[in-house]
Design a protein around this ligand. Sequence first.
Ligand SMILES: [Zn+2]
Length: 501
Amino acid sequence: MAKSQDVEIPDAGLIPRPRNFAYLTGVFKPRTGVSISVDPAFAAEAIWALSVLESAFTVRFTLKATGKGTIHVAQVPGLGAEGYRLTIKPAGVRAEASEPAGAFYALQTLRALALIYGDRAPACQIEDEPRFPWRGYMLDTVRNFFEPSFIKRFIDLAALHKLNRFHWHLTDDQGWRMPVRSHPELADTAARKIDRRYLPHVERTLVYSEATITEVVAYAAERHVLVIPEIEMPGHVTALLSAHPEFSCVGGEFEPEDRFGIFPDVLCAGSDKAFDFIGDVLSETTRLFPGPFIHFGGDEVPIERWAACPRCQARIDAEGLPDATALRGWFTRRVTAMLMERNRRAVGWDEVVEGAVPSEVVVMAWRSAERGAAAARAGHDVVMCPSTKACYLDHKHLDSAEEPGHLGVSTVRDSYSFEPLAGFDVAIAPHVLGIQGNLWTELMYFGRQVEYMAFPRLSALSETGWTPEGRKTFEGFSKRLPYWGRALDRLDVARYRGPLG
Ligand SMILES: [Zn+2]
């Protein structure tokens, strides 16, 4: 009955665009008491779906333990780790998946349709699976601190976009936000938030508790999002040095920064005590974060302190290194080895390639897409998140004095148009794990500002991560965006609504 109207909504307004989509006749409009059932492997997904589908369709569902409900997800072989088939008819919904993540995305698509259409879903048939395994976002919780409730809300919004990686930036010059049991001094000293620019009379201690981190990791896992913690070293450590000035080359007094930039004081590469400390921190990180990846930073490391430090010079001699520049690579190689000893895969920013770290290290290409191609040629798997007009979501949406943001302009069109495999030949393209949008929060003070900067650019990036290149057009995305906006409105998401560029 609603078919003629629905056809006017391309692909029912879904973002990311499914691999295959076809309308059928009619709509599915469930009544209270309608049942949901799943094959046993998808029990956790059904529990998640119950609450979000009730909210999206605004009716009460029941979970059916045996037999097939009006909405049923069956386990079938051959659809891959994240793929699914979904058939929606007026009488009911049938989905198929091989793995729990696929079942989750089938139910997530059903939820998205109900959010877009109000309290119903158009009859349709979808076959879907992602282009890339790594579809991520990074949130900086150092420059500004975000409450656990917002961290979880954003995980939910990311999962709605079928993103599956949350890169959690936990330490930097301005603070240390991860608890470390063996080093309580970090929470007491390095977690202080100082901001003389706007709140000169306020100094707060802001660190996530172990319970919060455990809760966030579990919340993310329920939504098939893997959390990758980032502990920055050897640079961006001013807050850490406030608790441990002896780990710097020159000593003295430090306090967490309230300015932004690159600071000369880094961890002393000649200090064995500093490496003992790093070992403690990495052990704690692996205890709190069970996932396979740990990000150790490795970006923006000035060498002026190392060049003048007797301990660092002794290290250079002992290791037979040519100069202080070579300490960068030596440092990151040592940290990488410490992570491998702890059975984790190291992730670093693209500077680490210059230090000849082992090819097992995953590289995040942030300075440019070309850095990603260079890393892939050196044998690294890479995540593409170039700051140049694409993946840095702290940039302005528009070149206007009235628009918030800094360090550049990346329009929605810029973000959408970024093709992660451009510049990769066939031999190195398999090294591209995927794509990521980064939210640096120097100028984002609360959650709604983060949402405004993220959306719809993160929606655009999610489509690049999920949808085959041949199915992507900016024109198609632009036509679906207003309908996708209805889904975001239902969830009260703040977003940029101006020209797309
Ligand atoms: Zn030193």
